[in-house]
Design a protein around this ligand. Structure first.
Ligand code: PLP
Length: 399
């Protein structure tokens, strides 16, 4: 008799963690590894946020918290959404979750009926399709055209919508490409969705990690036609370098948030108490460190591209407008060599790791098997060494 169920068999292991495991194995054998696989800022959580956590600890804020989040934090999030993002939100429309990840998982689990379709724009963040499947839904993937910087057009989106479409998942700026949709582009996508019965999840975890003049606008503000049909998901993880604190949130129609609260009440309860007090301080500010962090990402992107774009066969289709990744296409190498290393993205990233010690994430994790992702949330030296290592590995491959 099988010890696990069919649902568990659907859960694919995280490819990001697999890369890490291989990199650590090689490190243990004494190989120098440049790790560009990580999806988190390289700076520490700012001091004023850590101090708020220390204070909460000293004051004994160590007990269960309300399932939906402490009132101060829900209020701070509602005020942020209303004032800063232009999404009129009451505290009762907010749930605080264990990172943005749990907000998304819980959302799909309380909304999808078996076979409901969820439209996901590729390249996508790794977990969307798996989460949808775990909740009994059916991911419907539409791939953005690399020649259009991976932008999905309203016509493409329209063609993917059916009476079974329950959600469209949007993520701007995007992990892994850094693609940012302007307010007008979001509005155009929203107008295609408006006549259907579909809802939208707008994953805005990189809202403040932007550069190159990109102006972030929340989807619900950009598309008033969809008011009341949007769930905005966000987290403090990336903006405040708080990945380990596990604070995320969802805001949207009360009926959905209420179901998510009941879901959370029977699965995890309220999130870590200390993290919530730290999150209140984070949202209050100061926020000046974010500009410095973004300047560093932007500079490292330029540094990395200077090397990578000299390598024959590598191409960048989207100059990132946000997040801290580069998504590089290696399909051009296939015409130049028959080496099995270029057959798919796992073979290619394994080759990079073995030959030059650079850990990158295969594009297959994001729905594109002809690309790989590197993170620039590493030191300048690591980004420079990593990009040089990739270029050398490619040149060696071509002899
Ligand atoms: N959404 C996107 C696009 C992400 O890149 C991530 C993390 O990598 C998440 C959600 C989840 O964030 P968290 O660490 O807050 O769970």
């Amino acid at each position: 008799m099988a010890l696990t169920n069919r649902k568990s068999a659907q859960i694919k292991p995280s490819e990001t963690l697999a890369v890490k495991a291989r990199a650590n194995e090689l490190k243990a054998k004494g190989k120098t590894i440049v790790d560009l696989s990580t999806g988190e800022p390289d700076i520490d959580t700012p001091e004023h946020i850590k101090e708020a956590a220390n204070k909460a600890l000293r004051e004994g804020k160590t007990k269960y918290t309300p399932v939906q989040g402490i009132p101060e934090l829900r209020e701070a999030i509602a005020q942020k959404l209303t004032g800063e993002n232009g999404i009129a939100t009451e505290a009762k429309q907010v749930i605080v979750t264990n990172g943005g990840k749990q907000a998304l998982y819980s959302l799909f689990d309380v909304t999808l009926e078996p076979g409901d379709e969820v439209v996901i724009l590729a390249p996508y963040w790794v977990s969307y399709p798996v989460m949808v499947e775990m909740a009994g839904g059916k991911p419907v993937i539409i791939s953005g055209d690399p020649k259009a910087g991976y932008r999905v057009s309203p016509a493409q989106l329209k063609a993917a919508l059916t009476p079974r479409t329950r959600f469209v998942v949007l993520n701007s700026p995007s992990n892994p490409t850094g693609l940012g949709y302007s307010a007008a582009e979001q509005k155009a996508l929203g107008e295609v969705i408006a006549p259907t019965g579909a809802l939208v999840v707008s994953d805005e975890v990189y809202e403040k990690v932007t550069f190159g003049g990109f102006e972030f606008v929340s989807f619900e503000k950009a598309c008033p036609a969809l008011k009341g049909r949007v769930v905005t998901v966000n987290a403090l993880s990336k903006t405040y370098s708080m990945t380990g604190w596990r604070v995320g949130y969802a805001a949207g129609p009360f009926e959905i948030i209420d179901a998510m609260i009941r879901h959370q009440s029977q699965s995890t309860s309220g999130i870590n108490s200390i993290s919530q007090y730290a999150a209140v301080a984070a949202l209050k500010g100061p926020h000046d460190f974010i500009a410095t962090m973004n300047q560093n990402f932007s500079r490292r992107i330029e540094m990395a591209l200077q090397e990578l774009l000299k390598a024959p066969g590598l191409a960048l289709h989207c100059k990132p407008q946000g997040a801290f990744y580069l998504f590089i296409d290696f399909v051009g190498l296939r015409g130049a060599t028959t080496n099995p290393a270029v057959a798919n993205s796992t073979a290619f990233t394994n080759y990079l790791l073995d030959s030059s010690g650079v850990a990158a994430v295969p594009g297959s994790a994001f729905g594109d098997d002809g690309a790989f992702r590197i993170s620039v949330a590493a030191s300048d030296a690591a980004v420079e060494a990593g990009a040089k290592g990739i270029r050398t590995a490619v040149e060696q491959l071509l002899g």
